[in-house]
Design a binder for this molecule. Structure first.
Ligand SMILES: Cc1cc2nc3c(=O)[nH]c(=O)nc-3n(C[C@H](O)[C@H](O)[C@H](O)COP(=O)(O)OP(=O)(O)OC[C@H]3O[C@@H](n4cnc5c(N)ncnc54)[C@H](O)[C@@H]3O)c2cc1C
Length: 461
């Protein structure tokens, strides 16, 4: 390792290579302990990333890409034998092209910086998530991140036009296309989007910009049955003509937790005993007209008994307060330890799944705490499950129930966060043997010596 580190120091300069206390003083990942990597490398450009990978490829040295380290499945955690490659110094916004409506960036730019630069240029980059200040575009691409506006704008995959990536042997693949339509054979960027640092290091990207939306209408509504939730979603999506930008649902179990009286709860603006709460938002460009239309639609859904109660946000402050309820994950501290899940399934199978999952958990742990919320419009649910303790064996038993019940209902064990280390042993619940075999073939072709984030996503055979 010492020889390798000297090679990296010669390539990157002293500032470009962190070792010892400079490594252990950093976090391994969001909320994890100290970083244990043998060294953290901080390249300044694509050429340096390519040289690093050539050296690592030659030496069989494993490399773990690190962006903002906000991923939640331990994908960016490097062991003491591995080298961490941080994109933190590759953080330039290189170009905004108003005619093509694109932005070209280096992979280490934080998402929030991209959003702000887009807005300053009169556009928007519509992907948004809670970790926006730290999460990087490279990490968003590597995890195909979702967030709160997927229902309208899609996942990261839908927002990236081109990519530059470096493969395991140091080859630079420049696929920095600015066009939406590019059917010139295989679309290489999709190989890297969602590959969690196992197929290449993403170094630059061309992002698709959207028109800047300046108006927002937000409501917290309540309903009394799951079927009405789906009717409401279809009605509002149709009637808002493409402006529906969020359709978040909180089951009563989560709402009670998020609005508790224990000091961590947010103020509830309505009765806390409805079975389902929906946070709906539309975005557009004409506040006055759209607010009138939005309120008119809410009257209709009330008359048609799709909802039983509603509170419309009348200011930015009120809007933020409604979102704070939805985002109040911290309130789960009262149940700690809790296992957190991020799953998806066809909305038509969702209720059946939840009944089966809940009865499976309660059969083993009758007093289990279970709370449910999520981006219902995207078929994405978050489950919080507490069974009293957190041991590897208990976690495995809960995983078996949560993921096992998904398989027959065509669900996915990862809606947004990826597989990393945490879910690799359960991949077979969402992917067929043929799909997994093809993934292994692709991995072997791009990374024959298995140096890129080894052991993540695909468990060692
Ligand atoms: C409070 C909070 C809210 C969140 N909300 C959401 C949400 O709504 N939706 C959602 O999808 N996720 C969410 N996340 C998870 C996380 O923010 C995303 O997965 C994000 O895309 C990770 O970006 P990052 O830069 O932090 O990547 P990291 O955590 O550093 O890395 C994630 C993975 O990508 C790889 N990687 C990182 N950079 C590169 C690169 N340049 N090239 C190749 N591989 C790379 C890493 O090796 C690792 O496997 C949330 C996290 C937090 C803490």
């Amino acid at each position: 390792m010492d020889t390798l580190i000297r090679q990296f120091q010669a390539l990157l300069g002293d500032n470009g290579v962190l070792t010892g206390a400079d490594v252990s003083s950093r976090e391994a990942a969001w909320g994890a302990g100290p970083c244990e990597a043998a060294a953290i490398l901080r390249p300044r450009n694509t050429a340096e990333v390519a040289e690093i990978l050539k050296i690592c490829h030659g030496a069989g040295q494993p490399v773990v890409a690190q962006g903002g380290k906000t991923g939640l499945v331990q994908g960016c955690i490097a062991s003491a034998q591995e080298i961490a490659l941080s994109l933190e110094r590759m953080n330039k916004i290189e170009d905004i092209d108003p005619a093509s409506r694109t932005m070209t960036v280096e992979a280490g730019v934080p998402l929030q910086a991209v959003q702000e630069a887009a807005e300053a240029a009169g556009f928007s980059f519509p992907m948004d998530l809670g970790a926006r200040g730290s999460a990087t575009i490279g990490g968003n691409i590597a995890t195909n991140a979702g967030g709160n506006r997927v229902i309208r704008h899609g996942m990261t995959r839908n927002l990236v036009l081109g990519i530059e990536a470096v493969t395991a042997d140091g080859t630079v693949i420049n696929s920095l296309s600015k066009v939406i339509k590019n059917n010139a054979a295989y679309d290489i960027k999709h190989l890297f989007i969602g590959s969690e640092g196992t197929l290449g290091i993403v170094t630059r990207a061309v992002l698709k910009l959207s028109p800047l939306l300046t108006s927002q209408n937000t409501v917290l509504a309540a309903t009394d049955s799951f079927d009405k939730l789906t009717q409401l979603l279809n009605f509002m999506d149709r009637e808002l003509g493409g402006q529906l930008s969020a359709f978040e649902v909180m089951w009563n179990s989560f709402y009670q937790l998020a609005t508790n009286d224990l000091g961590t709860g947010k103020h509830s603006p309505m009765d806390r005993n409805y079975p389902y709460y929906i946070l709906m938002e539309s975005m557009g460009t004409d506040q006055e007209k759209e607010a009138e239309r939005f309120e008119n639609l809410l009257e209709q859904v009330f008359e048609q008994e799709m909802i039983v109660d509603a509170v419309i946000a009348k200011s930015h402050k009120e809007r933020d307060e409604l979102w704070q309820i939805r985002d109040n994950i911290e309130s789960v501290v009262h149940w700690w330890p809790v296992f957190v899940f991020d799953i998806s399934l066809p909305i038509s199978n969702m209720n059946a799944y939840l009944l089966a999952m809940e009865s499976g958990v309660r059969a083993k742990w009758p007093g289990a705490n279970i709370a449910i919320f999520g981006h219902l419009g995207d078929g994405n649910l978050h489950l919080l499950i507490g069974v009293g303790e957190d041991t590897p064996e208990l976690r495995h038993q809960v995983n078996e129930i949560v993921y096992g019940e998904l398989a027959p209902l065509h669900g996915s064990l990862s809606a947004e966060h990826g597989i990393g280390l945490e879910k690799r042993n359960y991949l077979q619940y969402s992917r067929s043997p043929q799909e997994i075999a093809l993934m292994r073939t692709i991995k072997a072709a791009l990374d024959p010596t298995n140096i890129l984030n080894p052991g993540k996503v695909l468990a060692p055979e």
